[in-house]
Design a protein around this ligand. Sequence first.
Ligand code: GLC
Ligand code: CA
Length: 533
Amino acid sequence: MAREWWQDAVFYQIYPRSFADANGDGIGDLNGITAHLDYLNDGLTDGLTDGSGASLGIDAIWLSPINPSPLSDWGYDVSDYCDVHPDLGTLASFDRLVAEAHRRGIRIVLDLVPNHTSDQHAWFRESRSSRTNPKRDWYLWRRGRDGAAPNNWSSTFGGSAWEFDAASGEWYLHSFLREQPDLNFRNPEVVEAMHAVIRFWLDRGVDGFRVDVIAQMIKDAQFRDNPEVPKDRNLTQLERLAYEQRYSSDQPEVHDVIRGFRRVLDGYPARMMVGEVWPRDPRSLADYLRADELQQAFNFRFLFSPWQASAFRSRIEEVESLLGPDAWPTYTLSNHDFPRHITRYGASNAEARARMAAVLLLTMRGTPFIYYGEEIGMPNVGIPADRKRDPMGRDGCRTPMQWTAKRNGGFTTASEAWLPLGDCNAINVEKQLGDASSMLALYRRMIHLRKHSRALSEGTYRTEAHAPDDCLIFHREAPTQRVMVALNFSDAPRRIEVPRASILLSTDRIRRDDMLGGVSELSANEALILKIS
Ligand code: GLC
Ligand code: CA
């Protein structure tokens, strides 16, 4: 299989309201992103190996939704798929962002939210207006069952997934908030309308889409009740889905819809889709990564892994064996839905762990996705009750980017940003740009290393069997280069056996040697990358 651009790319997710505010209203916007593109990749600094260049070196940006929206779910409730939210800019500022990004070799991937619209979308307003409206069947309307909801399906955000509409006497399905009615993808007109949305953005030069809750687009045709979750078992979030969404997600027919999206994409050169796939069974992740479906799907079991060598190891091996050598994994540690990983890994050594995590993410066989701010070690921010915005409590990972130590972190000139900022004195881009030992410098060096190493970018993955219990050691091997990565998850040094090798990178700031061989010591929380001679 020929290599595709998205396999060699390092992606960077931007939450547009929180990256940079260009017009001083306290809300991040598209012009703000355009103004900071050089920070992400100036298209020039690629020759620097020491992390001292000005630019991070990412290849593609995923923008969380930019469409008009009443913001019940902060943009994941779209009221017009073919325009830009006025807080963020206009189609003209979007076109400028795409042009400026492309000029630097950065691709732009948009969030596509097909499963549901806002209840303020014109389609839903029509659909709701009467039982005989031509768009009635664009959404999932049902009669109640004995005066109650049509079945027992629950919303991911809590409560029943059904809302009664008194005016028309029927219930509509909403897998998320009641302000987010689900579209009916068994209706060919809906499929055609979504294809038109995809074409609208592809025609504007967009390079692909991150597709929101893609496995949920089709529900059981008979709307059967989901099985009860066993009360006597302690299930993980992912295990619960197998029960809670037995008939409301991950149905076989969803693959037809995805194939349809893919056919539209394939009408354009070099476009891609990465799916937010929550399979009811981890094994079915591979079913979405077929040659005529998604190119990429996030591996959430990796994101949810506890901070343990054995847990990461088994989750990586699981994906390796499930997907096989041809499909391509996708790894991420943080996004706009979960507490940032530097906070999740917690403890007094959070910074050291986040450094190891950066090495892990950027040495995987698979495309890495970085979440804005993780490259400077931005933690989750505590949000006072009167500043909370998100009904699901996810604001803490969506706070404004910390650019400088100035007021409001250089994010905005307004007196107040839309969400409070974290500690900008302690953590900001400007400070880290000038510090070769900073988190930012580590991310830059890692991205550079990955891009200039055949083994790291395209090599095979193999776990090293002979490793201490709390160390994860693996090999990335290409015909021309062999690299070994050793991560010590424990807070004490560990002895490992290594072949004669040169050190490409270590997160241990005091390591001085450049060669290693035989029995060697990994410091507490050290990540080490070796090039085998
Ligand atoms: C996805 C998004 C999340 C959103 C939900 C409903 O999980 O990542 O932010 O709330 O879909 O659209
Ligand atoms: Ca603004």
